[in-house]
Design a protein around this ligand. Structure first.
Ligand code: ZN
Length: 661
């Protein structure tokens, strides 16, 4: 990613709900350092272990190349491009010692960009955003599958296509699933008016709108902050910085939009013919996204695995924080895809990474991924049943050789380590059943005691420096984390901790881990960047948030101390669309019931959903809307003001690698 702020709020961006529109240059008063000898040795060992001579992925990724834009440079409205491969020009030749050679290889593959002919009537634009746009040529119109993350990149991708292919209008857009990198650019390829007029159809899997935004609202602020670690959005691009996300190069800047589907696929293996193109949809809810679907094109003998089979191990757990996904279910869907389509598929594509062609190669790829997720699921369960804890399982589990040497199963995005822990979390939760861990002291208190027991900070640092020389970075990072929690002003501890995280980042094969480590090092050295709070929602994606969720979110914002002893009832009467809600504050908890009004209410608010949205989008404030008459209050308005005063506003840049201030 660029050294500028990409998306401060990827999870909300993923959900489409939000991103902070800020442009802050990463400040790096303390520059990143070089690779240590232990890191060089680790990189050498990777270079010797993995089958780098196998260049099939590069052939596949370049196959069918038609054309591209120089550096895939896509300008935005501001000075910064919305997208550009130019900052990544250094990702050529052999890996520097500061990048894991396996990740370096993936970063090279993810840097390949342009329009590609997959087969007759089916094209892809890749490397114009983190995700792919697939374009299928109907008899008289185009079907666009997944219009990227932002309108600017989507428009550029379609323009590139039009420069080399007949200019048929887009007649249909299909969203494979509800993550924003698969719908956000929709208004770059179609007009909402044409959809309303029935000229363009928009298809999505069952449950798309309900889950698209909902996945990330209630814990959104925390997810956004954590996403900065996962994507390295504030880590400068470079051989000592961000090189890739594993799943794709980076997230495009630009505007995220959403047009609601005109129709959803509700039946598994439903068949539809769109402008002469036959499509069989396999529903795969609860795999990589709560609502997702695969697509098979019988006439073209192409299978689109959406995001369920790509060229990396995906996440059962994402380190930005999200609900854990079910590896066994994921595996079963791939198994079903093999049964349904494997024998009659010549090319498998996905909405990230590059296609694989040849029926036998397609099935081989699908089988590896089917087995990878089943292996992680079952072996983690086996070991937890033997009594091993999450950390022990993650440390001991090794992929079978047949999967370990498979490039597409390498942990560039998810890792075996954190996915194994995810299985533990799914079945057993955070507690390892050892009562010593049932209620230990929290980080700051336990760190202070531990440092004192260890003979004080100076003694700890002296010993940790020796371990650092020996390459024991995991331990040094962990023990310096304790020192920083005991005393965040301890400069030597912060720097040694940063040095250790940095070497871990250089060694990491996962783009996500590298980003997390390097961002952590950056924050230990330079502190948390000051970022203005952006508008966290946009009008398009807010439409996908149902009104009930607004009240759920109010409950999340309620500051229990401020609400202590308070009792309040507010009637909400939405006139358009009609909805009645009684909001109840009691015992420092906000609850609500719908479909009625209370006759004991302190106040009654009458409004439209549009008026509420305007406040949420900060186009106006609650008091201004009352003054303007778009929100009407009867009863005791003072009590409402009191309630608003009890709501927290979240700090988007809370401390992570140091104690909360
Ligand atoms: Zn995606």
């Amino acid at each position: 990613m660029s050294p500028t702020q990409r998306l401060a709020a990827w999870p909300l961006a993923l959900s489409g709900a939000a991103f902070a529109c800020v442009a802050v240059q990463a400040q790096t008063p303390v520059a990143p350092k070089d690779a240590e000898p232990a890191t060089r040795a680790a990189q050498d060992s990777v270079a010797k272990t993995l089958p780098f001579a196998d260049r099939a992925d590069f052939e596949d990724a370049n196959y069918g190349f038609v054309a591209t834009l120089p550096d895939a440079h896509i300008a935005g409205s501001g000075a910064r491009p919305v997208w550009s491969m130019k900052p990544y020009a250094f990702v050529t030749g052999d890996a520097p010692a500061t990048v894991n050679p396996s990740l370096w290889r993936q970063a090279q593959l993810n840097a390949i960009h342009g329009l590609f002919k997959v087969t007759d009537r089916l094209y892809q634009v890749r490397g114009f955003d983190i995700s792919n746009m697939t374009i299928v040529e109907g008899d008289s119109s185009l079907i666009v599958i997944d219009p990227l993350l932002s309108t600017e990149t989507a428009r550029a991708a379609l323009d590139l296509y039009y420069q080399h292919r007949p200019r048929k209008p887009v007649g249909a857009v299909i969203y494979s699933h509800g993550h924003a990198d698969h719908f956000g650019g929709v208004k770059g390829v179609i007009d909402e008016a044409d959809v309303a007029a029935g000229k363009v159809q928009v298809l999505a899997p069952h449950g798309f709108m309900e889950t698209a935004v909902a996945e990330n609202i209630l814990a959104g602020n925390a997810m956004s902050r954590r996403a900065q670690y996962q994507f390295g959005s504030l880590v400068p691009v470079g051989p000592r910085g961000q090189v890739d996300t594993g799943l794709g190069k980076a997230l495009a800047l630009g505007s995220i939009t959403l047009i609601a589907p005109t129709s959803t696929i509700d039946k598994n293996l439903e068949r539809r013919t769109i402008d002469g193109i036959e499509i069989v949809f396999q529903l795969v809810p609860g795999s990589e996204a709560p609502a997702e679907m695969l697509m098979y094109f019988p006439q073209l003998r192409v299978l689109d695995m959406a995001e369920d089979v790509t060229h990396n191990m995906h996440n059962l757990y994402t380190i930005r924080g999200a609900e854990v996904r079910d590896g066994a279910l994921w595996s079963r869907y791939i198994s079903e895809a093999i049964e349904n389509f494997g024998a009659n598929t010549d090319v498998v594509i996905a909405q990230h990474h590059w296609p694989v062609r040849g029926q036998a190669r397609v099935v081989a790829l699908l089988k590896k991924h089917r087995d990878m997720y089943k292996f992680i699921n079952d072996q983690s369960l086996r070991l937890l049943n033997q009594g091993y804890t999450a950390a022990e399982i993650a440390e001991t589990l090794r992929m079978p050789t047949s999967l370990e040497k498979e490039w597409s199963a390498r942990g560039y995005y998810g890792t075996l380590s954190h996915n194994a822990k995810a299985v533990y979390q799914k079945y057993l939760g955070w507690y390892d059943a050892n009562p010593a861990n049932l209620n230990p002291l929290p980080p700051v208190d336990s760190a202070k005691k531990a440092v004192a027991y260890m003979g004080g900070a100076d003694a700890v640092i002296a010993r940790a420096r020796e371990d650092f020389q020996r390459g024991e970075y995991r331990w040094v990072a962990s023990v310096m984390n304790q020192l920083v929690h005991a005393d965040p002003e301890n400069r030597a501890a912060r720097e040694l901790g940063a040095d250790a995280l940095e070497q871990l980042g250089y060694q990491a094969e996962a783009g996500t881990w590298r980003n997390a480590y390097l961002y952590g090092a950056q924050e230990l050295r330079n502190g948390v960047m000051k970022i203005p709070v952006g508008n966290t929602l946009n009008a398009d994606t807010l439409k996908a948030v149902n009104t009930e969720m607004f009240f759920d979110y109010l409950g999340v914002r309620l500051n229990a101390q401020k609400a202590e002893g308070k009792r309040l009832i507010v009637n909400w009467s939405f006139t358009e669309p009609r909805l009645q809600v009684v909001l109840n504050l009691e015992n420092s908890a906000l609850t609500y019931v719908t479909g009625k009004q209370s006759d004991k209410a302190d106040a009654t608010i009458t409004l439209t959903r549009a008026a509420l949205d305007a406040v949420t989008l900060r186009k106006t404030t609650f008091p201004e809307a009352v003054q303007a008459g778009s929100i009407r209050i009867e009863g005791d308005a003072g009590r409402l003001v009191e309630l608003l005063g009890m709501l927290d506003t979240f700090n988007p840049m809370f401390e992570v690698v140091e104690p909360k201030r």
